[in-house]
Design a protein around this ligand. Structure first.
Ligand code: FE2
Length: 183
């Protein structure tokens, strides 16, 4: 699967620009994690990019979200490993988080929202000057970006990363595509 094909399919199925940016941010972090672990950057990046392709198609119904997404990813040529990670990132279906890829996508998903929210409360609303220490402070404020599950992010320990290292890696990855994210 070419990245361009994946993006075309996303553009055909997703209208919400912020949701597309969330998928781009997830892609960037997943690529950085793959580099960190010596895994396949292309496979991990595409898994992150495609993981929420079905959110609008399923009307955000958590009982079908990610099942359809996994099927769509397979149709686009995703491997079973990629499709399983996409399926399992919504834990509603009871698919176990088995591989490092599954676990990486799961803890990465809520991280992008926390970083975006921490950027948008800055006077300049830019990622460039955002520091890890600010995000860590916001992480502890439970009411800040409350939808970004702290518990889910903390599962980075399941891929052998401390929270600071994980958030720091995510921050740098998102800074690398700041322009695409409009931040
Ligand atoms: Fe997501």
């Amino acid at each position: 699967m070419e990245r361009e094909e994946a993006l075309d399919s996303i553009r055909a199925n997703v209208e919400n620009g912020n949701l597309i940016k969330h998928m781009l941010a997830t892609e960037a972090i997943m690529r950085a994690l793959a580099r960190h672990f010596g895994e396949d950057e292309v496979e991990w990046g595409l898994t992150g990019l495609l993981h929420d392709i079905d959110v609008e198609l399923t009307n955000n119904d958590m009982n079908s979200h990610s099942k359809l997404g996994a099927d769509l990813a397979r149709e686009l040529g995703a491997s079973e490993a990629m499709a399983h990670a996409i399926l399992a990132h919504n834990q509603r279906h009871g698919a176990p988080l088995e591989t490092t890829l599954d676990k990486a996508l799961f803890c990465t998903d809520p991280l992008t929202g926390l970083i975006v929210a921490a950027t948008l409360v800055r006077p300049d609303k830019k990622l460039a000057g955002l520091e890890l220490s600010s995000i860590k402070k916001k992480f502890k404020e439970k009411s800040f970006a409350a939808g970004a599950s702290r518990e889910q992010m903390a599962r980075c320990v399941d891929i052998g990363m401390e929270l600071d290292e994980f958030i720091g890696l995510g921050l740098e990855a998102m800074k690398g595509i700041a322009e695409d994210l409009g931040l």
